[in-house]
Design a protein around this ligand. Structure first.
Ligand SMILES: [Zn+2]
Length: 178
């Protein structure tokens, strides 16, 4: 190994949305799902609050035979976004006003419902072609987000990096602890 490269960080995109989508893609890689690996990262003020990836709930045996059976797997799987919200809940982290970065798919309608209830106010996904079989759920999720006032951004992950920077949101979490 080239000793000069030890400790040198990998090149990161300059745009914050792309940086967090890269992290979501890394988290997606932790999923044991044999066909669809999804990662979710909740962020506020450029800091990560929680992460999640799709899989069976903790303690539920993710045996090869269960994971190989698509129908069983889909019925038992917790989606990345829901795992992220569940992790935040059990860690006592408020997601109000946070942004959810999801890789590589648009949020489904059931996760959209949970993200709206958790008061996520922005969802960022990569600008990829969406698989046709989930299009109906993605379109429904978009409609729900529009009605609930949640912004959805599709960010290009190829080509020149967008260097535009967003202002840091300094509004406090609405969780009232007094
Ligand atoms: Zn979902």
């Amino acid at each position: 190994m080239d000793t000069k490269s030890i400790g040198r960080p990998p090149k990161a995109p300059k745009h914050w949305d792309q940086r967090f989508l890269v992290i979501a893609s890394h988290v997606a890689g932790w999923s044991k799902d044999p066909s669809t690996k999804v990662g979710a990262v909740a962020v506020r003020n450029r800091r990560i609050l929680a992460t999640g990836y799709n899989g069976l709930p903790a303690g539920v045996d993710d045996t090869d035979s269960r994971l190989a059976n698509r129908e069983t797997r889909l019925k038992m799987t917790t989606h990345a976004e829901m795992n992220c919200v569940a992790y935040a809940a059990r860690s006592g982290v408020c997601l109000t006003g946070a942004t959810m970065y999801v890789w590589p798919l648009m949020t489904c309608s059931q996760c959209a419902a949970v993200l709206i209830q958790a008061e996520i106010n922005k969802v960022v996904v990569p600008d990829f072609v969406e698989p046709f079989r989930w299009q109906e759920s993605f379109d429904l999720a978009r409609q729900m987000f529009v009605e609930a006032g949640v912004t959805v951004h599709r960010v290009p992950m190829k080509g020149p990096v967008n260097q535009e920077e967003e202002p840091i949101d300094t509004s406090p979490c609405s969780l009232d602890v007094t």
